[in-house]
Design a protein around this ligand. Structure first.
Ligand SMILES: C[S@@+](CC[C@H](N)C(=O)[O-])C[C@H]1O[C@@H](n2cnc3c(N)ncnc32)[C@H](O)[C@@H]1O
Length: 304
């Protein structure tokens, strides 16, 4: 369980959600129209809170999260809305199987939450020394980051680092990992930071040299890109005519998938794209929440 990270803010809303205002403005939660929303990445419940709050007293919400501990927090955060929401600890890659009703609004806020980064104990951050797990759902049978590091063939490791981390020196990092694991298996984030530092040198400038490697492993462990494709395809099918889908991505691999999916649906006449260019956080948001700096929001509306 995470510590309660709710802190001040608007009414009792949980922490600062990325691009909250534009998401709510696009998704138009409102009362008296049987408004239904789906939050595919509930996390601490910030976007869900806004959707329920602005559609009071009758709007309803279904929320998903692959991380069961995140949902425990969300239940507490959304308690004021009592019976108007239901939360499911499911991966959005399984959305098509969930048999949900048509929705007016769907949101994906991809990646991981600051709670997962800072206090999950699952090795998402290179700043903390923790076991190398990185699974959003620690009960799943997916291979952990340590298992991937200790078992993937060197060439496959290189591909993961290059494709999912966009690490230009992937070959060198993969080589050092493959050498080091012969004498001692990777177990903790500190082992990985030491290997990347040995390959690329120590921290210089604002971006830590292990940033790309950690991103790559997290994406590989959770098969995030495949999940996103499946989740988006199921989500657009769930929209009512006039319903809107908003997606916040945090790196170019995700944003590319979102952009191309939206274009393909628009070409088929299924949606209007409402964001010709992605919406990004303004200076005020960036000052409050520097982690939002790479966020991009894209939105489509289902055509009747
Ligand atoms: C950035 S956080 C969401 C924060 C949330 N919008 C808020 O305002 O508090 C992303 C959440 O998505 C979840 N997540 C990531 N990939 C997922 C997937 N494939 N299926 C379900 N949940 C996922 C993570 O566990 C994390 O809790």
């Amino acid at each position: 369980m995470y510590p309660d990270q709710r802190g001040g803010g608007v009414s009792d809303a949980p922490h600062a959600s990325v691009l909250l205002k534009p998401v709510l403005d696009f998704l138009r939660p409102r009362a008296g129209v049987g408004f239904r929303a789906l939050d595919c990445t509930v996390g601490a419940g910030g976007h869900s809170f806004g959707l329920l709050d602005r559609s009071s007293p009758d709007g309803r919400l279904v929320g998903l999260d692959a991380d069961p501990y995140a949902l425990e927090l969300a239940v507490a955060a959304l308690a004021p809305f009592q019976s108007r929401f239901s939360l499911l600890d499911r991966n959005f890659s399984e959305l098509a199987e969930l048999d949900l009703e048509p929705m007016d609004a769907i949101v994906f806020d991809l990646g991981l939450s600051s709670m997962q980064l800072e206090s999950s104990g699952r090795g998402f951050s290179f700043r903390l020394d923790e076991p190398l797990d990185m699974r959003f759902d620690p009960r799943s049978e997916r291979r952990t980051a340590a298992e991937l590091l200790n078992t993937l063939p060197e060439a496959e490791l290189e591909r993961v680092l290059r494709e999912y981390g966009e690490e230009p020196r992937a070959r060198r990092v993969a080589r050092i990992i493959a050498q080091r694991r012969q004498t001692r298996a990777f177990q903790r984030t500190g082992d990985l930071v030491a290997a990347v530092t040995a390959a690329l040198g120590g921290a210089r400038g604002r971006i830590h040299p292990a940033t790309r490697t950690f991103q790559a492993l997290r994406i590989a462990v959770n098969e995030e890109l495949g999940a996103l494709e499946a989740g988006l395809d199921a989500a657009v099918q769930l929209l009512r005519p006039g319903g809107r889908l908003a997606v916040i991505s945090f790196h170019s691999l995700e944003d590319r998938i979102v952009k191309w999916r939206f274009r393909a649906w628009a070409d088929q006449g299924g949606v209007h794209i409402l964001t010709r260019k992605p919406i990004t956080p303004d200076n005020q948001e960036l000052q409050l929440n520097p982690r939002a700096r790479s966020a991009k929001l894209r939105v489509v509306e289902r055509i009747a």
